[in-house]
Design a protein around this ligand. Sequence first.
Ligand code: URA
Ligand code: SF4
Length: 183
Amino acid sequence: MLDEIAAEIRQCRKCALCQARTHAVPGDGPPHARIMLIGEGPGQQEDLSGLPFVGPAGQLLDSLLEQAGLARADVFITNIVKCRPPGNRDPLPEEVAACRDYLNGQIAVINPRVICTLGRPALQTLIDPAASISRVHGVPREQDGLLFVPLYHPAAALHRQDLSPTLVEDMRKLQLILEKALA
Ligand code: URA
Ligand code: SF4
């Protein structure tokens, strides 16, 4: 099922992001992961490799996951759009809308207990269009039978050093949240 969704994504031409892509990036991880991580969209390294979070933000993500007692193999990682927005700009609302069925399909098949959003676009797409990441990061929210945990995007800490301690603190919180939610 996940493979079928991935195959559709690789051929997809539903929005303009298909034009400049090298590879679409469907996502990666165990098909029945209990935790999903959802970012914003592929960057340059992801576009070149077809894999999510393999560039600089991905390396930082790995060390953040470790702080929460997690490894890559524990989580399914994908993005709200599967093709790289030019120059890493935020995906446009129409691109997110065009791509939404793939994400919904992945969530339905994987059926995770916890979804962590990474960054503002994923937060506003999946949890609350009006939410402010600086207010709600690290605060879990039960919604539609799932536990959502909004987190800063790891790339935020690459641009803003002052955010690093906050990201680390949120990973500690995430570890406690997961201990309860997955018990
Ligand atoms: N940033 C994202 O949001 N997703 C990736 O896959 C890589 C970088
Ligand atoms: Fe299709 Fe999503 Fe890629 Fe747009 S971003 S072309 S909707 S897979």
